[in-house]
Design a protein around this ligand. Structure first.
Ligand code: NAI
Ligand code: MG
Length: 376
């Protein structure tokens, strides 16, 4: 029987629909080549939809819950007050669907320019796992004496043992299938209460994974180790806020918004996981055909890995890398090809099976596929 997966597609705003349509074209090719099918349902969501209807995540929650995975474009529009969509849709989805692990590969692909002089692809192949539901992002806090010279703002950071355990355990398993090194990144010398809990959990779970070497780096020190000696890292696990910051640094090292991608994984099978490029809706270039769809297409590859389609995931990654390596630039008119042309080239390579797998040895996507996927 043909394998089939149900996928919810949320193109969103700005360049979101442009890059997601490329990803879907590549998905068509992957299905034709690799013998599976998908049932896709597309949902209106984002700033445009919110301005028309006032609807946020709650309006689609129950329908999305039935999907095997969610492919997400990007949201945001200058007409919507910052925070409404971020908290009312994106954070709400991560929490309601318990997408506990935000997985961001930091991989410098061959032929992709990096601002770090002398960095080579062999030296830059790591994964950052960011706790995705707790920390400072629970959104709790209060303000007293607002608007007066005595204003007091309190912002809470919540850390639970259960929340830390699930993401640390996942990180150990991920490391086990890779170079077997796990680095905890935190600020244990200042944020002592939370830091101790994180360290305790890593030490305790580490006993179950004696093959994995454990390392610790403060978040500020991470900001110079990551660009200068990325080869030190295999899997890095970190708190929500630190992860938000260091993954942007990771994106810069690997060539920027055109290529960086992410997965928001539900680890216990209770709700679907979500896959997205890390860039936003880029209203400044929306409609110009100059957005690079690679980040979105690589998020499709992560999704395929998660759904157990490891072979297709690797093929999509290889085809994307081959096309990316031939572009004169990673964004804007200087790319030489339009958004749609890049999407078609990648789709053609996937369909023909001619992309060279040698460009992506030891694929992260293969590793992800080997981990238990939640909703098959
Ligand atoms: P952005 O990522 O949309 O754009 C930053 C800059 O990078 C812009 O100059 C843009 O043209 C360029 N850029 C982004 N993606 C590109 C691509 N694929 N190819 C070529 N160039 C690309 O971030 P910005 O401008 O801060 O935010 C715009 C809107 O997106 C805001 O409303 C923001 O809240 C939202 N946003 C949404 C995210 C999401 O949906 N997950 C993530 C980040 C921002
Ligand atoms: Mg961010």
């Amino acid at each position: 029987m043909t394998r089939s997966h149900s996928i919810a597609v949320l193109p969103g705003d700005g360049i979101g629909p442009e890059v997601v349509s490329c990803a879907l074209q590549v998905l068509d090719a992957a299905e034709a080549r690799h013998g599976f099918t998908t049932e896709r349902r597309e949902y209106a969501a984002g700033a445009g939809h919110y301005l028309e209807t006032g609807e946020l995540f709650a309006a689609v929650e129950e329908e999305l819950r039935d999907a095997d995975a969610i492919l997400f474009g990007s949201m945001g529009d200058p007409r919507v007050t910052p925070g409404i969509l971020e908290r009312g849709f994106i954070l709400e989805m991560r929490q309601r669907f318990q997408q506990a692990a935000n997985v961001r590969p930091v991989r410098l692909y061959p032929g992709v320019p990096t601002p770090i002089a002398d960095l080579t692809p062999e030296r830059c192949e790591l994964v950052i796992v960011r706790e995705n539901t707790e920390g400072a992002y629970v959104g709790r806090g209060s303000t007293v004496h607002a608007g007066t010279p005595h204003a007091v703002a309190m912002q809470e950071s919540l850390n639970t043992r259960a929340g830390i355990e699930r993401v640390v355990d996942f990180s150990f398993r991920l490391a086990l299938g890779r170079r077997r090194r796990l680095t905890l990144c935190h600020k244990t010398n200042i944020l002592v209460a939370a830091g101790q809990l994180w360290q305790q959990v890593v030490a305790e779970l580490g006993e179950r994974y004696p093959e994995v070497e454990v390392d610790y780096v403060h978040v500020d020190a991470m900001c110079f180790h990551l660009p200068l000696t990325p080869e030190r890292f295999d899997v890095v696990v970190t708190d929500n806020l630190f992860g938000d910051i260091i993954t942007d640094l990771g994106a810069v090292i690997q060539g920027g918004l055109g290529v960086a991608t992410s997965a928001n994984l539900n680890l216990d099978g209770t709700a679907p996981s979500m896959f997205e490029a890390i860039h936003g809706s880029a209203p400044d270039i929306a409609g110009t055909g100059t957005a690079n769809p690679a980040g979105a297409i690589l998020s499709l590859a992560l999704m395929l890995g998660h759904l157990g389609e490891g072979e297709a995931a690797r093929a999509v990654e290889a085809a994307t890398v081959e096309v990316l390596g031939g572009l004169p630039a990673l964004a804007g008119p200087a790319m030489g090809l339009s958004t749609g042309e890049i999407g078609s080239r990648i789709a053609d390579l996937v369909r023909s099976g001619e992309a060279s797998a040698e460009l992506v040895p030891d694929s992260l996507l293969g590793t992800l596929a080997a981990l238990p996927a939640s909703r098959r």
